[in-house]
Design a protein around this ligand. Structure first.
Ligand code: NAD
Length: 379
């Protein structure tokens, strides 16, 4: 069985030398596109030293039984793949209908890593969580770079500096890590989420929870927040405005799975913040939580507030982000490793046809047998 890892316009890699060795030890032939790990501190030689080979993109994709990468393939690349091969990556299936159609037409078993079920068993395969953890950490580290002050209280003979005030909006995986990082650096942290259990988690990390009565909010069976009504969003914007204005650093992470993130901080609020303060918006890719934020750009407002629109803060720590991403993919394949026959996916091929599909596969398999099979994307 042959596995090929594609190099992308992206600083992370879906395969590291460590994960390559684990695949090779199981008898898989591993090939990479040259330069795969050059932006994440893994030179080609680190892969060849563990037994991987270098192949051109076209040849690698053509002969592989398994293609792995971080992002979705192009339609042209899909057309090179072998019928019955596996493709494992983030697919952004909401925005890539043409790619899903091509994967189905080509007879590929395509796995969308975004769709990994949020179960205890699947946690080690969950790239959304592993990357959000790093993004939450890096959002605070990057914000301190642009902030004109320090985070901890400092008492010196020249006078006392008060701790910086950090507001974290959205207390999921990224938000919790942002709170923990800001606390470690000595900031005073306030946090808000629509989910009550998230507020309790923030308090357990030493943050002050902002409580706003929005009426019925709720979450999905996967633990994601449900979309708020326009009235609830307006109420939230008003109730949190004073905290935003008073904060030195604001980290926003509020997303709604599969939908555009809500605008939670309006221009009028940003305009009242202090000069030298910073907002890092982790939802910037989908449009952002903050008016005026531009994806992938740093914007300074007229009143001197820096808006960080890096939506992939994890890419600033690409070595660790790649290691976690690659490890998530390796755990996914381990789940389907048949010890008795020492083969990959042998039982999976059978399960693909069966009604009694594995829960993990059922959650994230988008195409197989020439069709789009995932309930959410069939239509
Ligand atoms: P996410 O990235 O979709 O959203 C980030 C946060 O924004 C969430 O906490 C959400 O509640 C919040 N949010 C949404 N709308 C908001 C609004 N209007 N105002 C303020 N906050 C808002 O979510 P996530 O970080 O991926 O995870 C959400 C939950 O799922 C967490 O409880 C997490 O612990 C859980 N989870 C479970 C597993 C597992 O069991 N395997 C894996 C990952 C995450």
């Amino acid at each position: 069985m042959k596995l090929f890892a594609v190099k992308e316009q992206e600083s992370r890699a879906a395969l590291t030398p460590v994960s390559a060795k684990k695949f090779i030890d199981k008898g898989i032939e591993v090939a990479i596109e040259s330069g795969l790990g050059e932006q994440s501190s893994f030179p080609d030689t680190a892969y060849t030293q563990v037994g991987a080979t270098i192949q051109s993109r076209e040849e690698g994709i053509k002969i592989a039984d398994i293609v792995i990468r971080v992002l979705a393939p192009s339609v042209d690349e899909v057309s090179l793949m072998k019928k019955g091969a596996w493709h494992v990556s983030l697919l952004n299936p909401w925005a890539n209908a043409d790619v899903l159609a091509a994967l189905a037409q080509q007879g590929i078993n395509a796995v969308s890593l975004e769709m990994m079920p949020r179960t205890t068993l699947a946690q080690k395969m969950d790239v959304i969580s592993s990357q959000a953890n790093l993004a939450g950490y890096m959002s605070v580290v990057k914000a301190t770079d642009y902030f004109s002050g320090i985070l901890p209280m400092m008492m010196t003979p020249a006078g006392t500096l008060s701790p910086a005030k950090v507001f974290v909006l959205g207390i999921g995986v990224a938000g919790l890590q942002a709170i923990a990082t800001a606390k470690r650096l000595g900031a005073r942290v306030t946090a808000f989420d629509v989910r009550e259990e998230a507020l309790e988690q923030a308090e357990s990390l030493g943050a002050k929870a902002l409580r706003i009565d929005l009426g019925e909010t709720g979450s999905t069976d996967q633990g994601y927040a449900k979309q708020l009504t326009p009235e609830q969003i307006a109420k939230q914007q008003e109730a949190q405005a004073a905290v935003c204005i008073d904060s030195d650093i604001v980290i926003t992470t509020a997303k709604v799975f599969g939908r555009k993130p809500p605008i939670l901080i309006k221009k009028e609020v940003v305009a009242q913040m202090k000069a030298g303060s910073v907002i890092a918006d982790l939802a910037a890719e989908g449009g952002g939580n903050v008016e005026g934020v531009v994806a992938d750009e740093v914007v300074t407002t007229e009143n001197g507030v820096t808006l960080l629109g890096y939506h992939k803060f994890e890419n600033f720590v690409s070595r660790d982000a790649s290691s976690m991403f690659a490890s998530n993919i390796e755990h996914f394949f381990n789940h389907f490793w048949d010890k008795e026959t020492s083969t990959w996916l042998a039982n999976t091929q059978i399960q693909l046809q069966s009604e009694e599909q594995d829960d993990i596969l059922k959650g994230c398999l988008i195409t197989t047998g020439g069709a789009i099979v995932h309930e959410q994307f069939k239509a």
